[in-house]
Write a protein that binds this ligand. Sequence first.
Ligand code: FE2
Length: 184
Amino acid sequence: MTSLKHYHYTTYLHSIRVAKLTYLVSKKLGLPKEEQIYNCKGGLLHDIGKVLVPVSILDKPGPLTELEYEFVKIHPSYGSEMLKIFPSLKDLVPGVLYHHERLDGSGYPFGVSIIPLSAQIIGICDSFDAMTTKRPYNEKRLKSIHEAIFELKTQLQKYNYKIVEALEEVLREKKGNQQHFISI
Ligand SMILES: [Fe+2]
């Protein structure tokens, strides 16, 4: 995480927010404590592979070229290979490797439709955070929490409804504390 913090601070902050949401959603879903913690760690490290994606691509304000997008699409594989080096982190590999896969097979890097639960939770929290926090490519399209949840719910071919509902519940419970999620 230190290397990610120095390489791309925006992704580092995003990872901390996703880890926190992933933990709370896992808890809301009633998963065993051990899984809550694994998923939280997976959320923290889900984008670690981005240390191998050029910053010029990560910070590009406009749409990516096909080649640039190919670079981005490799980051889950890079990340999982990095985790495999450390035996204590091997259980986090599925969450990291599949976090951009979608239930309709439209995701990457493999385009599979059977996705580990940890990766589904991380993926939904990741998408939510990407929609609700400033990125170079979305400053004009930043969504409110309500709009982001609505968008997730309108794409249930891609996202697990139970997880989206759990996320909505977590956010509702924290409503009086919204800045907590946004300003980390
Ligand atoms: Fe990612």
